[in-house]
Design a binder for this molecule. Sequence first.
Ligand code: SAM
Length: 294
Amino acid sequence: MPAGLSLVATPIGNLGDISLRALAALARADLILCEDTRLTAQLCRKFGIDRPLLSFHEHNEKTRTGEVLTRLAEGARVALVSDAGTPLISDPGFPLVRAALERGIPVSAVPGPNAAILALTLSGLPPAPFLFLGFPPPKEAARRRHFEAIRKLEEAGLAATLIWYEAPHRLLATLEDLAGVFGARPGVVARELTKRFEEIRRAPLPELREAFRATPPRGEITLLLAPAPSGPEANAEEVSAALEAALAEGSLRDAVERLSGRRGLSRRALYQAALALKRKEAGEKGPGTPEGGE
Ligand code: SAM
């Protein structure tokens, strides 16, 4: 391991995924920066590594950065790990890397596990282009705005597989909001990757929502959404699916309110489409509905 800062990826659930280079980098480090010293101490113990650990997490990374830069400037070999996976990816380290680069301190990395990339490869969705968006905002209003902003980008031409991290207790609310904005677009929930209860569910958003409503999810979750479909027909289909999802959630007025302003559709056009959907639904459900028309 050369002097400087080394970003060392660690397993996301299966200790067998630690790499030989990761072990060598940790064993030779003068200092290991980690989010949770107890957790990293366990990992080190498991592989017979005994090096000094220093806590470095989202609440102290700003104050710790100066101290770490001093050690680096003195020629120390510093390894940065997170609790799991690749440092910096929804984990601490970005300001430290910037500051080290600005001072001409060498920065290297030991690549390894990352939940977003693993979920992408297993999803069955197009692997490129993709857009990794970290965690969606936890509060409902901000989350909806976030999804609507992405939908606007899609209207402007973005067509990428979308990837988020999500906490299990927020998954249902997030799926509801996603279905409200993206309709019945195919999604994937990748849960507990590399662990004993690994599960990959691939289904349209409303189906995923119903599945997790019936069985609340546990464990670690990465969520993916298929790219925006292209062409005017796909667009019409998506509007209809989004309306259907919104109507299942609330009144016709609420559904129109939620969807108006998107894709340049007027409230009037949405009302008409929603009424047509309601009529179709009533026709399908109603007693004595003639089958196959006149
Ligand atoms: N830096 C990590 C990486 O490279 O994957 C991610 C850190 S982020 C704080 C943790 C989130 O990643 C979890 O809340 C979950 O959304 C996702 N995640 C981590 N491990 C996972 C796993 N085994 N299966 C599915 N998602 C996982």
